[in-house]
Design a protein around this ligand. Structure first.
Ligand SMILES: [Zn+2]
Length: 363
């Protein structure tokens, strides 16, 4: 009786204790599930619909293969060569896996809010909404002694300052064109500042992905983050510009940046075999010859996303097929669960974690 009672108690305990000590949530803004699972869209590999400045022949050489598995791996060699072998991917609607947002808006601020607080907020109806009234899971985790000062937000978009409420949250943050000065700067830091100061800006809010990657890698080596958010914006920006060639180039480099971050962290004892990556997008986009450029309630299908997870606690089931729907709101509690915290218990309106990626020795 006693033993059974104890077992039941363990099974009822929601806190998850796995091998993961560090968790990284990575987003490529507005990168469609269609490209993730089927690679380059052949109807957009041209100037007319895809707005490409690269010749059709070169684009095909770069991103086209007739076999869908070869095509998607050509575009995302790390996702399909490594994450799909060591982790799990949700969202291939062609194979019975749906991942979607629940915010009913399908644009950026509502999406980042949903994934980081664990529930949608109807009041957020614009990217210019201002400081987030609700605390994200990152702000919540930063209050625990073991994480304080080691929860960081690195993103190319300055609006993350509002989404993660920089003023109130006290998180380590680097966003947009704001490159903080360090107490002691190396020649590498000085060069980076010169590039930030002298590069013509795509717009005032978005720095290029490569400009984020260098300080991000430097921070990981020196700042010892336990919980990290990384936001890359180029895939959304080039789609809005109607440049499918640059969407593909950005997506391909995003895959490289994730690999580079993974390899960098695996080479550091603190992170080796004890770090989980959750990789996703804030929203989908429309489809067809025109609507791929935009997203929102007007563009059908913008609610559909994808979620990939890889780490020591995730069973390597690869591309998931014919599984239950997963939602963007579940990401917040999943982030917390990997580092042993029950976010849903603290914030009951937050969705439950994605249990399929959390192996549990009790079950
Ligand atoms: Zn957008």
């Amino acid at each position: 009786m006693k033993i059974i009672g104890l077992l039941l108690l363990f099974c009822a305990l929601p806190a998850f204790a796995g091998k993961t000590q560090n968790v990284v949530l990575i987003v490529s803004d507005g990168l469609r599930w269609q490209e993730i699972f089927t690679g380059a869209d052949p109807s957009l590999l041209n100037e007319k619909a895809g707005g490409s400045w690269v010749s059709e022949a070169d684009l095909h050489k770069r991103y086209w293969r007739t076999d869908v598995d070869a095509r998607r791996e050509l575009l995302f060699p790390f996702l399909w060569g490594t994450v799909a072998k060591k982790g799990q991917l949700f969202g291939n609607q062609l194979k019975g896996s749906v991942a979607h947002v629940t915010n009913g808006k399908a644009f950026s601020y509502p999406g980042y809010n949903e994934m980081s607080t664990g529930y949608p907020n109807d009041a957020i109806d614009s990217n210019e909404f201002g400081p987030n009234p609700n605390a994200t899971v990152f702000e919540w985790l930063n209050k625990f002694d073991e994480f304080r000062g080691h929860v960081a937000i690195y993103g190319t978009w300055s609006t993350y300052d509002d989404i993660f409420n920089k003023k109130r949250s006290g998180l380590v943050m680097q966003t947009g064109w704001n490159l903080p000065h360090k107490a002691h700067e190396s020649p590498r830091d000085a060069l980076l500042h010169e590039l930030y100061d002298t590069t013509t800006r795509f717009d005032e809010e978005d720095v290029g992905n490569s400009f984020l990657q260098i300080p991000l890698l430097d921070y990981v080596k020196s700042g010892h983050p336990r919980v990290l958010f990384v936001g890359y914006g180029e895939t959304d920006n080039w789609a809005h510009q109607g440049r499918y060639d640059l969407v593909l180039d950005s997506a391909h480099r995003f895959d490289y940046f994730v690999r580079q971050l993974w390899d960098t962290m695996q080479a550091i004892p603190q992170y080796h075999d004890s770090t989980t990556f959750i990789i996703t997008t804030d929203h989908g986009r429309g489809s067809g010859l025109t609507e791929w450029k935009e997203h929102g309630v007007e563009e059908k299908g913008s609610e559909n996303i994808w979620i990939a997870v890889m780490g020591p606690d995730t069973v390597p089931l690869g591309e998931r097929t014919h599984v239950a729907v997963v939602t963007q709101a579940q990401i917040a509690a999943t982030v917390a669960a990997f580092v042993g915290k029950d976010y849903h218990a603290a914030v009951p309106k937050a969705a439950l974690p994605i249990t399929q990626v959390l192996s549990d020795t009790h079950h």
